[in-house]
Design a protein around this ligand. Structure first.
Ligand SMILES: Nc1ncnc2c1ncn2[C@@H]1O[C@H](COP(=O)(O)OP(=O)(O)O)[C@@H](O)[C@H]1O
Ligand SMILES: [Mg+2]
Length: 215
């Protein structure tokens, strides 16, 4: 099945909020429904963006300044949008991204304390004005998120090592973005069991897809 136009959906939330798990459930259903979709992970998704990702996540890069970090995220995203997202949307694909510019706003803006208005303008420049149609923000307490991450086996990257205070700031940043963008951002209570969260997510996703079909 093909939609009338592309649909751009982003998943946001602090590490451990369950984005990857919910993405797996959703994409499994999209396969079953034979819907054309593209799953992306930020930073990355193009050869250039993956090279930038390596620099950003490398634990050896301890000297990286906040400004450098901000610009590298924006650069990786600019390439991803131009090379992959825009063409896919033009081909009426459902594009789902695990993180997008809201992550930059909360981590580099609210988290690291860089000017949030400037970060918004940089985001807009990097994406050339492209906005997600829908953003699912998985809201969870830092305490629960850290509990879940303790059980995760993969090695912590440079950003996972940030303090709990930093995580609290990013959560507040997400809530602020949700408040400022009520039409785009849906807050999903991510403290619940995976099946319950997914029921909620699926319903909202289907409503968005149905809207696209009607246009
Ligand atoms: N609703 C949930 N309840 C309990 N544990 C969960 C839930 N969602 C995810 N998890 C577990 O928590 C950890 C982090 O989830 P993950 O999907 O990787 O989060 P994220 O991608 O947002 O960092 C994983 O081990 C995952 O299996
Ligand atoms: Mg993940």
């Amino acid at each position: 099945m093909v939609l009338n136009r592309g649909l751009f959906i982003t998943f946001e939330g602090i590490d451990g909020s369950g984005k990857t798990l919910q993405l797996k459930l959703l994409t499994a259903d999209l396969e079953k429904a034979d819907l054309k979709y593209l799953l992306l992970r930020e930073p990355g998704g193009t050869s250039i963006s993956e090279q930038i990702r390596k620099i950003l996540l490398d634990r050896k890069n301890k000297e990286m300044s906040a400004e450098t970090e901000l610009l590298l995220f924006a650069a990786a995203r600019a390439q991803l949008v131009k090379q992959i997202v825009e063409p896919a949307l033009a081909a009426k694909t459902i594009v789902i991204s695990d993180r997008f510019f809201d992550s930059t706003t909360v981590y580099q803006g609210y988290g690291r304390g860089m000017n949030v208005d400037f970060v918004h303008r940089l985001n807009n420049f990097a994406t050339q004005g492209l906005q997600p149609d829908l953003t699912f923000y998985f809201d969870i307490s830092v305490e629960t998120a850290l509990d879940r991450l303790k059980n995760r086996t993969e090695k912590a990257d440079r950003i996972d090592l940030e303090s709990q205070i930093f995580m609290e700031k990013t959560r507040l940043g997400y809530l602020q973005i949700a408040e400022e963008n009520p039409n785009r951002v849906r807050i999903i209570d991510a403290e619940r069991a995976p099946e319950e969260i997914y029921k909620d997510l699926k319903l909202q996703f289907e409503q968005a897809v149905n809207l696209m079909k009607c246009r």
